[in-house]
Ligand binder design. Structure first.
Ligand code: ADP
Length: 352
């Protein structure tokens, strides 16, 4: 289309875009704005969108989106389905957050699609730096903690001679707290590994019934000391499935750890492991504090902790990691809960 044609295409419009949106303001805001009418013609592009997408208004206003050259960033942004939710896109080395909303026509003005573009390159870089810093710090904290835990084991094992029972029980408490601290450090490190794609999953054919059984035996001892009634039932002859053993144990451990943590003394926690023709299903049920309807949709987000978790220690990372591990096994996690009554977390893993 020549420049003269473009001009004609623009003047043919029976409305003035500046009537529709206060032009001067939208022109200067720091968000890129593009408006495409119902027939797919681009009718408005502000300066920020020009900068972010490396185009000029003259080049594109009045053109149909499907007539744009496929290789230009503007085409990529407009052809992506980002309706009503934010989509992240990489354009010319920048990270853009694009959101498209449908605008209904009103009072002689046309309807169409409003595209908002936010450049989040700097935000992403800062977030990555913060996470790198936290990962480095936690990694450095892990080394002295591991040394301390080694000495605790040595004392408990009698390497330094006989130790009085009262001292031994205090050392047991130090041991439990150190393990909790190590678990939190591992969570922070894994959340970082997940973010940068370094959390590797190595799947091997495994007897999942056996894995869960060993784990539950160990947990039963802890349950007793925490005053919680723990029961478990594992179906016979569960077919072997391909899982990353270490990471799957992490999943049971996170779910059971939460069930114990959020259930007051005297409560019940149970685990069942069963299978059908397609899946293996693990369910952890507790009679603890439960989760409200408003929180339940968000508990798998990184660092999210429900109001009912106030007063209980944690990082808000366990469920995000659990979900990522289960996703990597092509499974899913399902949660049902009632505030004040308890929760049930189910993990469904495909047999094949
Ligand atoms: P953390 O336990 O470290 O807080 P998680 O990611 O494991 O982090 O869990 C996120 C949030 O989900 C918790 O803070 C809590 O609000 C809620 N939650 C998870 N499991 C349970 C449970 N069994 N009972 C009640 N709330 C739970």
């Amino acid at each position: 289309m020549t420049h003269a044609n473009l001009k004609a295409a623009r003047t043919e419009y029976k409305f003035d875009v500046s009537e529709m949106i206060p032009g001067a303001i939208v022109e200067h805001i720091s968000t890129g704005v593009i408006f495409v009418d119902e027939s797919g013609v681009i009718v408005f592009v502000n300066s920020r969108a020009e900068q972010s997408l490396n185009v000029t208004k003259e080049e594109v206003i009045g053109k149909r989106v499907d007539m744009l050259p496929l290789r230009i960033p503007l085409y990529k942004v407009l052809s992506e389905n980002s309706r009503d939710y934010n989509t992240e896109m990489s354009v010319n080395g920048s990270v853009l957050l694009v959101k498209t909303s449908q605008v209904a026509g009103r009072g002689g003005l046309p309807g169409g699609e409003l595209v908002e573009i936010r450049d989040i390159t700097e935000e992403k870089r800062e977030r990555r730096q913060r996470e790198e810093f936290v990962a480095m710090m936690t990694h450095d904290l892990k080394s002295p903690l591991t040394v301390m835990m080694g000495y605790i084991q040595a004392i408990r094992g009698g390497m330094f001679g006989k130790v009085e029972q009262s001292v031994l029980s205090s050392i047991g408490e130090i041991d439990r707290s150190s393990k909790r601290l190590l678990g939190m450090i591992e969570d922070v490190l894994d959340a970082y590994r997940l973010e940068v794609g370094l959390l590797s999953i190595i799947r091997e054919v495994s007897d999942i019934g056996d894995l869960v059984d060993c784990f539950c035996r160990e947990i039963s001892r802890e349950a007793e000391s925490e005053g919680i009634v723990f029961t478990y039932s594992i179906a016979e002859n569960i077919p072997a499935i391909r899982v990353d053993r270490k990471q799957i144990v992490r999943v049971f451990s996170n779910l059971l750890g939460n069930a114990f943590k959020f259930t007051p003394r005297g409560g019940n926690v149970s685990l069942t492991l069963d299978y059908n023709e397609k899946n293996v299903v693990l369910a952890v049920t507790d009679t603890g504090v439960g989760i409200s309807d408003t929180d339940i949709g968000r508990i798998f987000n990184k660092y999210y902790r429900a109001n009912s978790a106030a007063g209980y220690k944690g990082t808000g990372l366990g469920l995000a990691i659990t979900k990522a591990i289960v996703d990597a096994h092509n499974g899913y996690v399902h949660v049902e809960s009632r505030e004040g009554e308890g929760s049930r977390f189910s993990v469904v893993l495909p047999l094949f």
